[in-house]
Write a protein that binds this ligand. Sequence first.
Ligand SMILES: [Zn+2]
Length: 266
Amino acid sequence: MDIIDSLISNLYEQSFYNGTMINPTRFFILHYIASNETLRAKYSLLEIFYYVYCLYSDNPEIAHRHPNIEIRNILKYGSTPIKQEVIQAIKNWIDDSSRSVILLEGNNLIINMDETNYSDDLSYLKIVIEQHFKNTYHVNFPKFMPITGSDLDIHSFGKGPYRNRVLYDMQYCVCCDEYRLDKLSAVHILNDNESPLKESREDRNNGVILCDIHAEEYLHNRFKFNEKGKIINISSSFIQRHMRISDKLLNSKRLEYFKINSQKKE
Ligand SMILES: [Zn+2]
């Protein structure tokens, strides 16, 4: 049997009802697979976590119907509840299928490529997923929100879809720990004119969460980050000497943005 057909029959075998609540995580995982250019044997769970997170965080009307309160309030919790949610969804998928095409192996989702042949027509799979989603929940399959607008505007850009992306990693101001969502904005470490990397506008690693006060200070160049993520005061009255971004947020990609930022003229 063709793998795509097997994935589709896995989809139809599953039960998606949960009283008045809905849990579309398995739809989202399968949609991630269908969104890749070709079918692969292995998918990193880290990439799946982020994809599922973005669909929930950009579509609060869907997230609000989820049985888990942390998914309902996804922007307050970021990546933490998503990891458990995705792994549980994959286990349910395997349990619900008479012959599951997928497996969990370490930090990867594995597609059982032992199946004899496959057409690789992922666009067809995507259409089937979206149609079955609509038939099941009577709403359209959710979309990713486009990231638009000037990043100097903390009230529209700073609180728009880009903030959802950055909230995946941090849910508080990296300067002062403010955590009330209505007071938080996302800013680009490097704005459109400064960044040599073309994907930087969408990349969550090129962002930090700041409270509105610190966001204004940053956008007016009153402080910056050095190459290790330490906060360097230039002329701000709102920056204290010990302030630095938490080590756990300093992945190699974010450090690369900080490095370019630190070379900026004061
Ligand atoms: Zn702050």
